[in-house]
Design a protein around this ligand. Structure first.
Ligand SMILES: O=C(O)[C@H]1O[C@H](OP(=O)(O)OP(=O)(O)OC[C@H]2O[C@@H](n3ccc(=O)[nH]c3=O)[C@H](O)[C@@H]2O)[C@H](O)[C@@H](O)[C@H]1O
Length: 431
């Protein structure tokens, strides 16, 4: 069946063009008989377009205003209340990623000792958001308010700094996970680079400027083979996009320290685990599979060598974070201008005793009292590194950091939490 266009303008080659041009010409002259009429029509069209555009912008602004999940007197009151300090020389901390694993633990620790804490989290679905919601209610019960929003939302971040003069920012919001970077590379750029810059822009413009402590990663050591990994070792050979964005974060924060006088502390976390942890990590997904009777995939390196990680228990990491906030030193800038040099620090926060992945599995079996079905496969080339091992002498000297939990003890605590949270039958098919 010919289309309406075909009926109006027959498609015979040659004829089509002439006829169409001719017809258009006739219509044109009928409508716009003289130059002055043409001018008036043009004026009319310009005015019509302008009023349409301003109407569109009005609709956008007002819908943004009415549908925003933040703002308003009540909202500001909650933020101020949450940020209130209840100890002498305390701090008011904006914690990004507060509904995340490390973020929720650090927020609770700060609140417990009397610091003011305001959280922000975008509750994305990288892993089950219901776990993030559960962490949120835990924090709410302790009087911590979590703003639901993205660190890329510059207006929201500016509003938070307008509402509270935060002394510190604990920046833990990030797209985590080493291997997922091959599936969704842009989410890493969005959170770990664009989001970081948006946050730093707000910090640099705030008056007073806060001190910033943020989560880098052990993955920045990439293909480094010198053990244990020291802060001064090479970090220019990342093995994954995740690692590359964290390394970029270290360079980006350096420029904000250099240009604007922001006090910066970057923490290279080594495979953090524990209660309320991340379901995407090996110790967590292994636990789920073992309990469900499903096989687990255990990667092996070159020549079938076991992979190893410097697994670090969450309570030790929390101490390192709090110690970093306490020793961070002040930012020196104001109104976006540097007034003098400010501290720029980077620390490894590890356990300094690597354990192989098969040993991790054996420990889980012991605590769960269930045998695992191991499936050994060669480590795929997806960003993984064969081992990590932290030298923590710098953090020990500067922060008093001293991890005290070995993997067996930490996993016992994790398993206890896991069973109380999910029960033995989590996800098991019921016959
Ligand atoms: O320290 C970091 O900077 C990073 O730590 C964490 O990464 P990783 O150390 O890779 O932890 P994780 O995935 O638990 O794999 C642990 C081990 O199990 C092996 N592994 C993993 C999965 C699997 O199915 N099988 C397996 O053998 C795997 O090969 C590895 O040897 C954080 O996720 C990351 O966000 C970042 O913070």
């Amino acid at each position: 069946m010919p289309s309406l266009e075909d009926e109006l303008f027959p498609s015979t080659p040659g004829k089509f063009k002439i006829d169409r041009a001719h017809t258009m010409n006739r219509h044109f002259h009928r409508c716009f008989g003289s130059t002055s009429t043409m001018f008036l029509w043009a004026l009319f069209l310009v005015a019509l377009t302008a009023s349409y555009l301003s109407f569109q912008s009005f609709v956008y602004t007002s819908s943004r205003y009415f549908t925003a999940s933040w703002g308003g007197i009540q909202w500001e009151k909650q933020i101020r209340h949450s940020a209130q300090i209840h100890r002498s020389n305390g701090m008011s901390v904006l914690v990004t990623g507060a509904a995340g694993f490390v973020g929720s633990h650090v927020s609770l620790a700060l609140k417990k000792r009397g610091d003011g804490v305001v959280g922000i989290d975008n509750f994305n679905n990288y892993y089950d958001p219901s776990l993030k919601r559960a962490r949120k209610s835990l924090l709410n019960n302790q009087g911590i308010f979590i703003v639901e929003g993205d660190i890329n939302d510059a207006r929201l971040i500016a509003k938070l700094f307008d509402t509270v003069a935060f002394t510190h920012v604990m920046h833990l919001a990030a797209q985590a996970g080493v291997r997922y970077a091959m599936e969704n590379p842009h989410s890493y750029v969005h959170s770990n680079i664009a989001g970081l810059v948006t946050l730093l822009e707000a910090c640099k413009s705030a008056n007073p400027q806060p001190s910033v402590v943020w989560a880098s990663s052990s993955s920045v050591y990439g293909l480094n083979e010198k053990v244990p990994f020291s802060e001064s070792d090479r970090t220019d050979q990342p093995a994954s996009l995740y690692a590359a964005t964290k390394k970029a974060g270290e360079e980006i924060t350096h420029t904000y320290n250099h240009i604007y006088g922001l006090s910066i502390t970057g923490l290279r976390f080594f495979t953090v685990y524990g209660p309320w942890g991340r379901p995407d990590m090996a110790y967590f997904s292994f636990t789920r599979n073992i309990l469900q009777g499903k096989p687990i995939t255990v990667y092996r390196g070159k020549d079938r060598a076991d992979l190893a990680r410097d697994f670090t228990f969450i309570d030790d990491i929390v101490k390192g974070c709090v110690g970093s906030l306490d020793t961070s030193g002040k930012s020196t800038g104001s109104g976006g201008k540097k007034r003098g040099p400010a501290p720029y620090r980077i620390f490894n926060l590890g356990n300094t005793s690597p354990v192989t992945v098969p040993t991790l599995v054996s420990l889980l079996e012991r605590h769960l009292k269930v045998k695992a079905k191991r499936n050994f496969v060669d480590m795929p080339g997806n960003g993984d590194v064969p081992f990590t091992h932290a030298n923590i002498s710098l953090a020990h000297r500067e922060l008093g950091y001293k991890p005290t939990t070995d993997l067996a003890t930490g996993l016992k605590k994790f398993v206890k939490w896991y069973l109380s949270y999910y029960g033995y039958n989590h996800g098991k098919a019921v016959n």
